[in-house]
Design a protein around this ligand. Sequence first.
Ligand SMILES: Cc1cc2nc3c(=O)[nH]c(=O)nc-3n(C[C@H](O)[C@H](O)[C@H](O)COP(=O)(O)OP(=O)(O)OC[C@H]3O[C@@H](n4cnc5c(N)ncnc54)[C@H](O)[C@@H]3O)c2cc1C
Length: 472
Amino acid sequence: MTFAKSRESLGSEIESLLGEDIVLRPDKSSFEDFKADLGDFASEPAVVVQPKTADHVSKVLKYANDRKIPVVARGAGTSLTGATSTFGGIVIDFSKYMNRILSVDTTNWYAHCEAGVVLDDLKEELKKKGFFFPPDPASAPWCTIGGIISENSGGMRTFRYGTVRNWVLALNVVFADGTKAKLGEPLPKNRVGYDLVQLVCGSEGTLALVTDAWLKITPTPEEEAGTPVKKFMVFFSSWEDAVNSIVGIRSSRLIPNLLEFMGAEALQSVDDSFEIGIPVHEATLFMEASDELIPKILAVCKSNGSVDNYIAKDEKDGERLYSARALLHLGVKSLDTGVYAEDAVVPVDRLADYVTFVKQTAKKYGVKIPLAGHAGDGNVHPSIVYHKESKESRESADLAFADIIRYAVSLGGSVTGEHGIGKQKLNFARDQLMERNGPKVINLMQEIKKLWDPNNILNPGKFVVEDSGEKS
Ligand SMILES: Cc1cc2nc3c(=O)[nH]c(=O)nc-3n(C[C@H](O)[C@H](O)[C@H](O)COP(=O)(O)OP(=O)(O)OC[C@H]3O[C@@H](n4cnc5c(N)ncnc54)[C@H](O)[C@@H]3O)c2cc1C
């Protein structure tokens, strides 16, 4: 059977199983929205299903499992690592219909949402009630609850509040064979059984598909502090002074709600694209804290050589500062035709070494690497800018990418803090696990995958590193 014929017959079979209103077939749709993720990893689904209920998801998975057809869940496709890419698999798009906020419980402090809810829509709804859900990937205007759970996303507030997995109480999932189940309970405490919720968080759609989730919520920082909180920036003429300030803030036990950094090139690229109007210095720290805390933080920065600062005048002005950091990826994307968005983590006290190494690497390979990141937790986003059409430029970018990931691991860091493994970092993840954790741990991960998905239909070829060769 040819590929084209099998895609067509697959489309018509799934259409008769589910109805034509929720199935996009290759002979009737161009799949334009599903041909790449935001990291530019190409994709060619055989069929796209847009379920309205968990039963629809269950039916597709049972069908696919019986025939060993790959299935890839998709939220907004903002993944930067090829995590939603498939050639010939069924894509389940949760964003079209499964996007309802089912309830917000302000006594038990949770929100119950379908997988396709856009994160900013949830935040908006919670804000009306004086609550918030702290994890805030910069993709919040587009990314979905299913996507952030499956990627265990971070963001600017991770330093203070942790990543998404710290905010997930319970999940409704569908397993690879189509069985539906609830994992965990929407309770602040629950000690029953192994923690399968946490296993699903960050598993990149390789263990089970999430149809809806109970997420922990908390009062907004203003409600919690009982005083206004403000966003502000502190400017430095050297990276060394900025990094010393980060270390100083942490060791003084000061905890801003946000602790981010941006280098001159990164800030300039955002300003050139979006005209935000922020002065460009060699290094900038971006923070949010209560009125009471701000002077203490500024004093630490001053003693470490800060040259200036700017405190937002009001909430709208604060959002302007926030957007300068949130628009990083889109800003650096405007510098050329290709960008590798890197997200290695290093111990915070090694940040200065890492920044120096990245700058040397950029020089060595003749590529631009604007820098920004989550200063508070050591998660750095060097963006390696290259010219897609030039083989030489692509090769230089590949070499720089590999060098800066490996250097992070050599400092005691990790190959990814946020964006995950997808297709992009399989080899780097394997090397890190092998070096730090050993073949037994890799085998254990392989066995978990086999147990949950014996036919390997859920997002195959992603996230789970190759067999280490050791048999347990
Ligand atoms: C401009 C920009 C800024 C970003 N900033 C950040 C950041 O600050 N922090 C950060 O952590 N990441 C960031 N990212 C990366 C990305 O946005 C996040 O990982 C995001 O959470 C992915 O959500 P999504 O809905 O787009 O998921 P998708 O890209 O659609 O999917 C991501 C993964 O989740 C799986 N998946 C999706 N839905 C389900 C489901 N219902 N059940 C099971 N598996 C599912 C997919 O199969 C895939 O493996 C950024 C990306 C961009 C483009």
